[in-house]
Design a protein around this ligand. Structure first.
Ligand code: SAH
Length: 196
């Protein structure tokens, strides 16, 4: 189908924050995503102790899964409430510190050090701040990005990836005439043109 009806739709940061405040977070999955389990081997590709990035992370429980497997997890999320709920729901102690390079941003890091969650917009990040990653779990991230920001998002993600990194992307296939999004409909042809 033609993605046209959604092309100009914009969801603001304030709207996302409001969703968290009002618990309008139907996208959050208590049980974690079956596709991560299914494709975990593809993500890890036999490697251990990876740095794995969760763009637009919310309070995704998969961050805990991967940390428990010995990987180091970095996430970014505009809602501080989401990040605090993540640590609280997993009973993980954490500390907070400012991020000198980004005004107003905070980093919430598990005391054990293996989960670092940045509270800011993903567009404020760069590899000089967060480094590069061996793996990416993109679920509810590209499909949540405003259609007008997709190119910027994909270009940034590419700069955050190590040479041999793996990127697992979950999209949703549906008729964009019937739902205004998010999740937005991202046709496969567009994924190819964004990521090459
Ligand atoms: N990936 C998560 C959350 C998906 S919903 C999961 O699988 O559950 C998308 C999330 O992105 C929301 O929590 C929203 O607050 C956050 N978000 C939206 N725009 C953002 C931006 N520019 N930078 C960082 N986070 C953003």
């Amino acid at each position: 189908p033609d993605a046209g009806p959604q092309r100009d739709r914009v969801v603001t940061e304030a709207e996302w924050l409001r969703r968290w405040e009002t618990s309008n977070i139907g996208f959050h999955k208590e049980q974690g995503h079956p596709l991560l389990q299914k494709y975990l081997d593809v993500l890890l590709n036999g490697r251990s102790g990876l740095r794995i990035f969760f763009p637009l992370c919310g309070k995704a429980v998969e961050m805990k899964w991967l940390a428990d497997l010995g990987h180091s997890v970095v996430g970014v999320e505009v809602s501080e409430q989401a990040l605090k709920e993540f640590f609280a729901e997993h009973s993980l102690p954490y500390r907070e510190e400012p991020v000198p390079e980004i005004s107003g941003a905070k980093k919430l890091q598990s005391t054990s050090g293996n989960i670092s969650l940045y509270c800011c917009s993903i567009y404020d990040l760069s590899s000089s701040i967060v480094g590069k990653f061996d793996g990416v779990w993109d679920r509810g991230a590209l499909v949540a990005v405003n259609p007008c920001d997709r190119q910027r998002y994909a270009s940034l993600m590419i700069t955050l990836m190590e040479k041999n990194s793996s990127y697992l992307l979950v999209t949703v296939s549906y008729d964009p005439n019937k739902h205004k999004g998010p999740p937005f409909y991202v046709p496969e042809s567009e994924i190819k043109s964004l990521f090459g």
